[in-house]
Design a protein around this ligand. Structure first.
Ligand SMILES: Cc1cc2nc3c(=O)[nH]c(=O)nc-3n(C[C@H](O)[C@H](O)[C@H](O)COP(=O)(O)O)c2cc1C
Length: 354
């Protein structure tokens, strides 16, 4: 069964960098509405990212954002069946602290909690808080995160942990009560280290890629690496949905969203990815409207969206998708009525045929 979830708009503006797109607010009330809609529709999970600094521009994109773990504590209480995946930065949070936070969250969620582990790849947000080590390489960050999750899972399993690692030292460290059900581990990455981390530790891994074919390659790689370790890791990706009654109306919506591309915020986002300021500025000045979409997206009527989503899932060999809606509260009910039932039915047929 393909899993479908929602990427909660925990940061203002969601995943559209545009003056002419809807602007989901970074409020708990809005995210609660989205979470409850997702559960009502029968989606499988909600996930909230962790972000510490926005990108400015005319839209102040992501300038306001809520903290992921505390928001998800509330949403775990506000929901009852959907899986709840909160994000934690291994580079910021001591593993003993995180172990207890997620044991607590697991009690609130009654077994539905997932821990999305990220290791902080965007320098500016950590430089701002004096928490960026410019000498730490990508490989070192993953070595640190491997130790971090090792310690966290040991604390969930043992009464006392003593650990003398390259990055962490624990002496008779306790974290009780232990979670009755181990929180699911989630992570996101596309590099080889990222994929290896997913295969080693994660129940679910989010992939990024330049094409569906490359996504399939990465997905097969994660599945194979996990199998070699005697584990299973499900693979996911993100997809933004622009849905309307007809293809023409949906295309018009997408064009409208693209017309208001916030070039300043776009350029600042590229800079935060490590691009040189001049290059980011000139690239953003020439960027097409489609760059207003921060993720891959599909546009169309319900029938078209069903085809496109099935094509993404099968071509990219994914176990699930995390959906993004430009206008969550208005788009999700339509998706729930006109698209999701067909996706579920197609899955049921495929399962029956297998
Ligand atoms: C679905 C998804 C969610 C992510 N969420 C976060 C996040 O909340 N915070 C963050 O700092 N990075 C986040 N990232 C970035 C990843 O953790 C990772 O740094 C990035 O994909 C680069 O991959 P690599 O580590 O393999 O180089 C996310 C990436 C994806 C694809």
């Amino acid at each position: 069964m393909t899993e479908y979830g929602v990427f909660l708009p925990v940061a203002a503006g969601g995943w559209m960098i545009s003056e002419t797109a809807p602007y989901p607010p970074a409020t708990y009330e809005y995210n609660k509405q989205v979470a409850q809609l997702a559960e009502g529709m029968g989606l499988d999970f909600i996930m909230a990212m962790a972000k510490w600094r926005g990108f400015g521009g005319t839209t102040d994109h992501w300038g306001e954002s809520l903290e992921s773990m505390t928001m998800m504590a509330g949403l775990a209480e506000a929901t009852s069946t959907i899986k709840v995946w909160a994000t934690v930065h291994a580079n910021l949070v001591n593993p003993a602290f995180a172990a207890k936070v997620f044991s607590t969250l697991q009690q609130i969620a009654q077994g539905r909690i997932g821990m999305n582990i990220v290791n902080g790849s965007y320098a500016d947000e950590f430089e701002a808080m004096g928490a960026w080590d410019p000498n730490m390489t990508h490989a070192e960050r993953y070595r640190m995160t491997n130790e971090w999750v090792d310690v966290v899972t040991q604390l969930w399993e043992k009464d006392s942990v003593t650990f003398d690692g390259e990055f962490f030292t624990l002496t008779d460290c306790e974290s009780r009560p232990r979670p009755s059900i181990k929180p699911e581990i989630i992570s996101a990455g596309r590099s080889e280290s990222g994929r290896d981390f997913q295969a080693t530790w994660s129940d679910g891994g989010f992939l990024g890629s330049d094409s569906l074919e490359q996504m399939a390659e990465f997905s097969r790689d994660v599945h194979a690496r996990a199998a070699a370790k005697g584990r299973t890791t499900k693979t996911y990706s993100m997809l933004t949905i622009v849905l309307a009654e007809t293809d023409e109306a949906a295309e018009a919506k997408a064009a409208l969203y693209g017309a208001g591309l916030d070039r300043e915020a776009l350029s600042n986002m590229r800079r935060s990815w490590g691009w040189d300021a001049d290059r980011a500025l000139s690239w953003a000045e020439d960027a097409k409207g489609e760059e207003a979409f921060q993720t891959p997206y599909v546009v169309g009527s319900p029938a078209t969206i069903i085809d496109r989503i099935r094509n993404v899932v099968t071509t990219a060999e994914l176990d699930g998708l995390m959906l993004i809606f430009p206008d969550y509260v208005n788009d999700m009910p339509v998706f729930g009525e006109t698209v999701l039932p067909s996706l579920r039915a197609a899955d049921d047929q495929a399962t029956a045929a297998a």
